[in-house]
Write a new protein. Structure first.
Length: 321
C-alpha cells in the first residue's frame, strides 16, 4: 500500500455521498507498498480501506480484481469485501482516477515469519486456490514469463547502475527461463503477490489475505514459488529450508501438489524472483517525487536470483518426497 494521490475533505465527502456508509470519522494514508494509493477510512458504519488506482493498474482489470474479492469473501475465504455504492457499483472515481472501498480485514501481518507462520500461510494460499474454483472471470498474468524480456529491455542501464555486469547476468537468466519454463501445470485463480505484508494472522493462525491487485489465472505452483521466495529467505539472503518445508506442508494439507508441480518448483522460483526483481528495478527509479511511498530494494531480489542460479534445486529440499 502507498499514497500517490492526496484527497481533500470535500472530495471524500462527495465520494461517500454515494454510499450508505455514514459520515467519515477518520481518514489517513497508508505508506506501504508501491502500486496504488491506500487510505484507512473510518465512518459511522465501520472501518474500511479506500484504494485509488494509479498508473500501473489497468482500469480494464478492475472488474476482475473486485469481483474476485467479492467472490472470495462470499465463498468462505477471509478477504476484504468491496463495498457497492447505492447504484450497485464497485468502482467509482476520485480526482479523475478509479477507486474502490473495501471492508477492513482484522488481523496483523508479521515482519519476521516463523516456521509456524509459514505453515499457516501455506494453508492460506492453498485455501485461496480452492476458493477460486468456479470463479467465472479470467485474467492473464501480464507480469508473467512472456513479459520479462520486454520489461528488461528498458531497464538494462538501471541494472548496470546497481551492479556492473548485472545486465548480462540477467539476460542469461531470461534466456534460460524462456527455454525451461514449464507448461500445462494445474492452474486457476492465483494471488501472485502473496507476501507477508499481504497476509494476516490472529493468535498465530492465518486469518486472511489482502491486496489482490496482481491476481490472475496462472499455474498454482507459480503462486507457491512466489510465496517461497517471499516467506523463506532470511535477512542475510540465505534460504530457510525449514520454513519452506513448513510452508509446503501447510499448502499440501489443503491442496496436494502433483509430481510435475514439485519438479517445476526450482525454475518457477527462479522465474518468480526475476518477476519481482524487474518490477522493483522499474519502481526504484520511477517513484514520483513527494509520493508517500517507500520503493522496495531490487537488490533483495537480485540476491535471491543469485541463490537460485547457484543452487537451482534448493527449493526442492523443502518439498515432500
Amino acid at each position: 500500500m502507498a499514497v500517490y494521490t492526496d484527497i481533500t475533505d470535500d472530495e471524500l465527502a462527495e465520494l461517500l455521498a454515494g454510499y450508505d456508509l455514514g459520515a467519515p470519522l477518520a481518514f489517513k494514508g497508508i505508506a506501504e507498498g508501491v502500486s496504488n494509493s491506500n487510505f484507512l477510512l473510518e465512518t459511522e458504519a465501520g472501518r474500511y480501506i479506500l484504494t485509488v488506482y494509479e498508473a500501473r493498474t489497468n482500469p480494464d482489470d478492475l472488474p476482475y480484481f473486485l469481483e474476485l474479492m467479492r467472490w472470495l469473501a462470499t465463498h468462505g475465504y477471509p478477504s476484504a469485501e468491496p463495498m457497492a455504492d447505492r447504484e450497485g457499483r464497485l468502482i467509482r472515481q476520485v480526482r479523475g482516477k478509479p477507486c474502490a472501498i473495501a471492508g477492513f480485514l482484522n488481523g496483523l501481518s508479521v515482519r519476521r515469519p516463523t516456521a509456524a507462520h509459514c505453515r499457516e500461510a501455506g494453508g492460506g494460499l492453498a485455501a485461496l486456490h480452492r476458493a477460486g474454483e468456479g470463479f467465472p472471470m479470467t485474467r492473464a498474468n501480464d507480469l508473467g514469463q512472456a513479459a520479462w524480456a520486454g520489461m528488461f529491455a528498458g531497464l538494462e542501464a538501471a541494472a548496470e547502475g546497481l551492479k556492473p555486469g548485472l545486465a548480462q547476468t540477467v539476460r542469461a537468466d531470461l534466456d534460460m527461463l524462456a527455454g525451461r519454463w514449464p507448461r500445462g501445470l494445474p492452474s486457476g485463480v492465483c494471488h501472485a503477490d502473496f507476501f507477508p505484508d499481504n497476509v494476516f494472522f490472529t493468535g498465530g493462525r492465518f486469518s486472511g489475505a489482502i491486496d489482490f491487485y496482481f491476481a490472475c489465472n496462472e499455474a498454482f505452483a507459480y503462486d507457491v514459488a512466489v510465496a517461497l521466495n517471499a516467506w523463506c529467505f532470511e535477512p542475510d539472503g540465505s534460504f530457510n529450508i525449514t520454513a519452506a518445508r513448513q510452508f509446503l506442508a501447510g499448502y499440501e494439507a489443503v491442496r496436494p501438489l502433483e509430481g510435475a508441480e514439485r519438479a517445476a518448483l526450482p525454475v518457477l522460483a527462479h522465474g518468480a524472483a526475476m518477476r519481482f526483481f524487474l518490477t522493483r528495478l522499474h519502481d526504484w527509479g520511477a517513484t514520483p517525487a513527494g509520493a508517500l511511498v517507500r520503493p522496495k530494494d531490487p537488490l533483495e531480489y537480485e540476491r535471491k536470483l543469485a541463490v537460485h542460479r547457484s543452487s537451482p534445486d534448493l527449493v526442492l529440499f523443502g518439498a515432500p518426497a
